[in-house]
Write a protein that binds this ligand. Structure first.
Ligand code: GLU
Length: 451
């Protein structure tokens, strides 16, 4: 049975990339009818914070990415398990204590950098009694003379190989009670019977080390799949400079279903552009994930969101925008034009009083008198014609007869009179939403303003 996991570190707010990785794991698990586990990798005590944990959990819930473990798994609550495995490796001499000081290690790495050598620490303590003496960093014994390659068949990128000897005796833990990432992640993945490790491409270089840890612990090695990075529009790694990177920054503007739809397409193409995560799960296939980076196209995100916004009910729109007085008649005029939820307030002229300068009523090719005349004619028109579907035609005829075919002379002042804005939907749509009484009083006000 397929079992995958998402293992975020609570050292920052829920990032777009983390949410995308969580989603791909979720899609893979649901596609295979498997399990999806959420585990918090909080062993970095200095950088882990409760507020980040809360943000990650609430962000995933908001996106609808649900996990199958009932209790939250935190690595800090599993220290005894890592300690037992460290002791096992030490007793079998697969791991040892390195007594080099931080200064000595820094000196060595500086030297390797200037000599352009692979950064690694081949520790002479591993073959001495010192290596058995508690104290210092715990390292894995790696064969630095090996001619072997460590290889794995990445489910997205294909065969990846690494020279074993280049790894050096890498560290597993700062001490028995302080495991480091590569060790804790492997112990957990073995313990939780994870079958497929799906994570960001930035972890490729950790994978050979983790494979050696699996081998040292005598465990079966899972499948690995490394997802392409999310890129900004200039094709460099997505960062703050390209726009918001944490999920909470998207919450006021986007529907979770839309963001999920968009994130699911970062690196994968489906048969349709608008689809639910359940439908994405049906089609999900790691082998089809693109190898190259996925560009974060905010225009595409906005378009995707607009498709979901169109389907909102009046109650949805009221509660999502926090504006309870939006009249039901305004629903489609708003949702057809909205890309971001926060833009709902730009339509406040449909329910709140309006204020504007009288001059803005005058169309650039018109003048005060013609404007007054146009408003008067429109007022007569709506008083006589009760069917809004013929209004447009009547206004066009009016433009022909009275304003030499210049539609702006009538459309513009009516639009400004009804909305108080020089950018707003067409006057007939506004009239339909506002209704006869409100439209009449706004036109009258406009006539007064211009007189
Ligand atoms: N804690 C790691 C991270 O947040 C998890 C990496 C992994 O999935 O192995 O990047």
């Amino acid at each position: 049975m397929v079992k995958v996991r998402m293992a975020p570190s609570p050292t920052g707010f829920l990032h777009l990339g983390t949410a995308r990785t969580a989603l791909f794991n979720w899609l893979f698990a649901r596609h295979h009818g498997g399990e999806f586990i959420l585990r918090l990798e909080d062993t970095d005590l200095e950088r882990s914070e409760k507020k980040f944990e809360d943000d990650i959990l609430s962000g995933l819930k908001w996106l609808g990415i649900d996990w199958d473990n009932k209790d939250i798994i935190r690595q800090t609550e599993r220290i005894d398990i890592y300690e037992a495995q460290l002791k096992k490796l030490l007793s079998e001499s697969r791991a040892f204590y390195c007594h080099h000081t931080r200064e000595e290690l820094e000196e060595e790495s500086k030297h390797q950098m200037t000599a352009k050598l692979a950064p690694r620490h081949v520790c002479e303590h591993k073959n001495t009694d010192l290596g058995k003496t508690p104290g210092g960093i715990i390292r894995l014994r790696v064969n630095d003379k090996s001619e072997d390659k460590i290889s794995f068949d990445d489910k997205i990128r294909g065969l990846i190989e690494w020279d074993e000897k280049l790894l050096g005796d890498f560290s597993l833990a700062k001490n028995l009670r302080s495991p480091l990432y590569n060790f804790a992640v492997v112990v957990d993945d073995i313990d939780m019977k994870i079958t497929d490790v799906i994570r960001g491409e930035d972890h490729i270089s950790n994978t050979p080390k983790q494979i050696l840890i699996y081998k040292a612990l005598g465990a079966e090695i899972p499948n690995f799949a490394h997802l392409p990075l999310i890129l900004g529009e200039d094709r460099s790694k997505m960062s703050k400079r390209h726009g918001a990177t944490s999920i909470s920054e998207y919450m006021p503007d986007y529907l979770p279903e839309a963001l999920v739809n968009f994130l699911g397409q970062l690196g994968l193409t489906y048969s349709e552009e608008i689809l639910s995560k359940e439908d994405m799960a049906k089609e999900f296939n790691l082998a089809k994930v693109h190898k190259s980076g996925a560009v974060f196209d905010v225009k595409k995100l906005n378009w995707t969101n607009s498709q979901y916004v169109k389907k909102l009910s009046i109650n949805d729109l009221r509660s999502l925008s926090g504006i309870s007085k939006i009249p039901e008649s305004a629903l489609s005029i708003i949702t057809e034009r909205l890309e971001k939820l926060s833009q709902t307030k730009d339509f406040e002229y449909l329910w709140d009083d309006i204020s504007y300068e009288g001059e803005s009523l005058v169309w650039k090719k018109s003048d005060k008198d013609k404007t007054k005349k146009a408003l008067g004619l429109f007022l007569d028109l709506i008083t006589e014609v009760s069917d809004p579907s013929v209004l447009k035609e009547k206004m066009d005829t009016m433009a022909d007869l009275e304003f030499s075919g210049d539609k702006g002379s009538i459309y513009w002042p009516v639009r400004v009179a009804l909305s108080g804005r020089d950018k707003s939907p067409d006057p007939v749509s506004l009239f339909i939403v506002l209704g006869l009484d409100k439209s009449k009083s706004r036109i009258k006000e406009a006539i007064d303003k211009i007189s």
